[in-house]
Ligand binder design. Structure first.
Ligand code: C2E
Ligand code: MG
Ligand code: MG
Ligand code: MG
Length: 279
């Protein structure tokens, strides 16, 4: 835009906002190039079955190792990828990668993959999942797709159809960040899910009486519905203790394990399988 146009002509392009938008556009362009430059990675965070004390799987978490920006958190690039639509390709890459990794894990270990609303609404999502399973050889019942409420907010009939189709194949659906949205209970009624993941903001405040009551109620709700409940962001023994007493099925968080490289997660799962065989 030429100087002659004058800044104050454009009410919506204040100087500060302009800089922010430029920065955002630069991020989006970098992101697009990053996929072909193979700058994305997946880390894997273990998920514990509280009752048995065993790791039952892991969640794949995306990272962007950018030469210019350093290691970028998904919180800082997923929203931009969603806005440009790049998330469809990026999510497809993550799905394929995660399935290939899990195919080499001991039997029964599950892989959880986060899925954005744009992916499911893109049309070819079910085909993309089926292709990732076929390509990797991972059985469908070892894949779990983590979705948030935003997936269910609109076009709910098409989404419902896609999710039902995948569930029919044996893929599990987990409701991520449960309790943070507008209508968690409503969506639970409308959409068939296999798992609830209680958002870590609740676990963080578990020492508060009201928060503990909410968490216990969600765990009870899961039991009534026959749905697995996983607590996210478990960082202390006290939190895990409380969750165990409340009958929570699974726990995930820094106390159990931080997100790890594929090779390290694989080693952990193998050593557990060996221990079980020998015990
Ligand atoms: P999420 O799916 O709810 O993943 C859990 C987040 O909590 C992860 O952050 C994880 O590293 C963090 N976390 C786990 N345990 C603890 C703990 O004990 N304490 C604390 N403070 N944090 C813990 P991360 O890896 O930064 O990912 C953030 C979000 O980005 C994810 O939240 C998910 O919504 C999104 N995301 C990550 N990977 C993907 C992906 O492949 N596709 C899509 N669409 N979204 C992704
Ligand atoms: Mg998740
Ligand atoms: Mg979550
Ligand atoms: Mg989240």
């Amino acid at each position: 835009r030429g100087k002659s146009e004058g800044r104050n002509v454009y009410r919506f392009f204040e100087p500060g906002m302009d800089a922010l938008m430029r920065e955002r556009r630069a991020l989006e362009l970098d992101l697009e190039a990053a996929l072909s430059k193979r700058e994305f990675e997946l880390d894997f965070q273990p998920i514990l079955n509280i009752g048995s004390g065993e790791i039952v799987g892991a969640e794949a978490l995306m990272r962007w190792r950018s030469p210019s920006r350093g290691l970028v958190s998904p919180e800082n690039f997923i929203p931009a990828a969603e806005e440009t639509g790049l998330i469809v390709q990026l999510g497809d890459w993550a799905l394929r990668k995660a399935c290939s990794v899990a195919a080499h894990w001991p039997p029964e270990m599950r892989m959880a993959v986060n899925v954005s609303a744009a992916q499911i609404k893109s049309g070819g999502f079910a085909r993309s999942v089926i292709s990732a399973l076929a390509f990797s050889g991972l059985p469908a019942n070892r894949l779990e797709l983590e979705i948030t409420e935003t997936v269910m907010m609109d076009e709910s009939d098409a989404v419902l159809k896609t999710l039902s189709q995948l569930r029919g194949l044996g893929v599990r659906i987990a409701l991520d960040d449960f309790g943070t949205g507008y209508s968690s209970l409503g969506y639970l009624r409308r959409f068939p899910v296999d798992k609830i993941k209680i958002d870590r903001s609740f676990i963080r405040d578990l020492d508060r009486r009201d928060t503990a009551a909410i968490v216990r109620t969600v765990i009870g709700l899961g039991a009534e519905l026959g749905i697995t409940v996983t607590a996210e962001g478990v960082e202390t023994e006290a939190q895990l203790d409380m969750l165990r007493k409340a009958g929570c099925g699974e726990a995930q968080g820094y106390l159990i394990g931080v997100p790890a490289k594929a090779a390290d997660m694989s080693r952990l799962l193998r050593s557990q399988a060996l221990l079980r065989q020998s015990g």
